[in-house]
Design a protein around this ligand. Structure first.
Ligand SMILES: Nc1ncnc2c1ncn2[C@@H]1O[C@H](COP(=O)(O)OP(=O)(O)OP(=O)(O)O)[C@@H](O)[C@H]1O
Ligand SMILES: [Mg+2]
Length: 439
């Protein structure tokens, strides 16, 4: 009796397992897209990564051979093995050994030791082929240490929809998270580390959106914001309640910039008297408020039609360069945006560019502007900037002396920026020396 019931249970359990498995699989298939959207990281780690890792391991040898990264054995060895091996296949070419494949939140990375005679650039060139072969969005190859390269792959474009952090507060002084980097990390603009910025991009490429994100982050902080918008104030007047001064034409801009230079020189006198090298060395109570000067459309300041305008443009250019030279130590920071930033705007532009260490290049209409923004720092970044499409508004290439990165700003709309500026209008420092009407 007992044995009969065991037998019938034995006969039925596989069908139960099959039913449960079928339900689970069909449930996963049905709920998959929703789960993937809701828990992208968990989905990638549990389902995407194992499949891609398997693919990387199984196609590594042919991929290396196809990219010219395999090395054939010495001919003598092949001949000897042909003689001794009785027609057996000659030894396979040597390929670089595949390191451990390690997952990240949206991709994976691995280290590869180079074979004798190989250089990291050989692998950099093979990056696009690796991305195609593994079915991932992009592969970046960097030198890890002598003889070893790091291959990092991102499964999907992390900049397609960067997640906006939920909390918005004052945070660290002069430090703002404005978007996301391609690595998935936060894109942070830290004015104390890099005091002056040049933001370029064609029309509707995302310059003002980036400025919105910057203003939204700075508005809750104890800083003064000053706007120069010679497009008649169309862009920056949104934040007027939070601005300590706003110039909307070139004449006002020249006066405002001259007043800013005076303010900077006054601060210099204060620092010299206190025997400190910058305002951060002053006691907190005596420290003047940091001033962030935002210039939207630099070309409006520099382009001239008449002789009179030429003098104004020159005065504006000289004042900006002086601010950039002196400002970092004295708490005056520049954020300069423009569609076209070329030497045709005047000799001052090249000198100003040299002072603006932070560079952000959105999609550009002419290669000259990308070159102006990135070329002197990093020629590789130029190609990446020229590959940005109009659909990817807000995407930009960031360059500094150490290298370059792709990033995308958070979409802070004009309405958001406007309401944030109004919300923090009570924090607007009153810098009466800068009021354009009174200047
Ligand atoms: N980070 C982003 N994410 C998604 N969409 C964006 C982003 N940045 C910009 N856009 C889209 O692109 C549009 C144009 O952006 P924005 O106004 O910032 O361009 P701009 O470079 O300032 O142009 P202009 O030179 O004409 O002033 C925005 O209205 C928005 O729809
Ligand atoms: Mg704009």
């Amino acid at each position: 009796m007992n044995s009969a019931s065991t037998t019938s249970a034995d006969a039925t359990w596989p069908s139960w397992v099959l039913v449960v498995a079928a339900v689970l699989v069909s449930g996963l298939l049905l709920a998959g897209p929703a789960l993937r959207r809701r828990y992208p990281v968990a989905w990638w780690l549990l389902a995407g990564f194992p499949a891609v890792a398997l693919r990387v391991a199984s196609t590594w040898r042919p991929l290396m051979a196809g990219c010219g990264l395999a090395m054939s054995r010495r001919p003598a060895l092949t001949v000897v093995s042909g003689l001794v091996g009785n027609g057996a296949a000659p030894p396979q070419p040597r390929v670089p050994r595949l390191g451990l494949i390690r997952p990240t939140a949206g991709g994976f990375w691995l280290l590869v030791r180079l074979l004798p005679g190989q250089v990291p650039e050989d692998f950099v060139k093979a990056g696009p082929a690796m991305a195609e072969d593994w079915g991932v969005h992009a592969v970046r190859v960097t030198s890890w240490k002598p003889g070893v390269v790091r291959i990092a792959a991102s499964a999907a474009d992390p900049l397609a929809a960067p997640r906006i952090p939920r909390t918005r507060g004052p945070g660290q002084l002069l430090r703002v998270t404005v978007g996301a980097l391609e690595t998935g990390a936060a894109w942070v603009v830290d004015l104390r580390r890099v005091p002056h910025w040049l933001i370029v991009g064609a029309t509707r490429s995302g310059k003002s959106t980036l400025i919105n994100a910057l203003v939204a982050g700075l508005a809750p902080q104890p800083v003064a914001l000053v706007g120069i918008d010679c497009k008649g104030g169309m862009e920056l007047s949104l934040y007027e309640p939070r601005l300590s001064a706003l110039a909307t034409n070139r004449e006002q801009a020249v006066r405002l910039l001259a007043a800013l230079v005076d303010l900077t020189l006054d601060r210099m006198t204060v620092c010299r008297a206190a025997r400190v090298r910058n305002i951060w060395g002053l006691p907190e109570k005596e420290r003047p408020v940091p001033v962030v000067v935002i210039v939207d459309e630099i070309a409006e300041l520099f382009l001239v039609a008449s002789r009179n305008e030429k003098d104004e443009a020159q005065a504006a250019g000289t004042a900006l360069i002086r601010l950039a030279q002196l400002g970092a130590a004295l708490g005056v920071f520049l954020v300069v945006a423009g569609q076209r930033v070329g030497s045709d705007l005047g000799p001052g532009v090249t000198a100003l560019r040299a002072q603006l260490g932070g560079r952000v290049c959105h999609r550009v209409a002419d290669p000259g502007t990308a070159e102006m923004a990135l070329g002197d720092l990093n020629p590789d970044a130029l190609k990446a900037a020229q590959a940005i499409t109009p659909e990817q508004a807000g995407t930009a290439v960031l360059a500094s002396g150490d290298g370059w990165e792709r990033a995308r700003s958070h979409l802070i709309t004009e309405a958001d920026a406007e309401s944030i500026a109004a919300e923090y209008s009570h924090l607007t420092p009153n810098l009466s020396d800068l009021h354009v009407e009174a200047l």
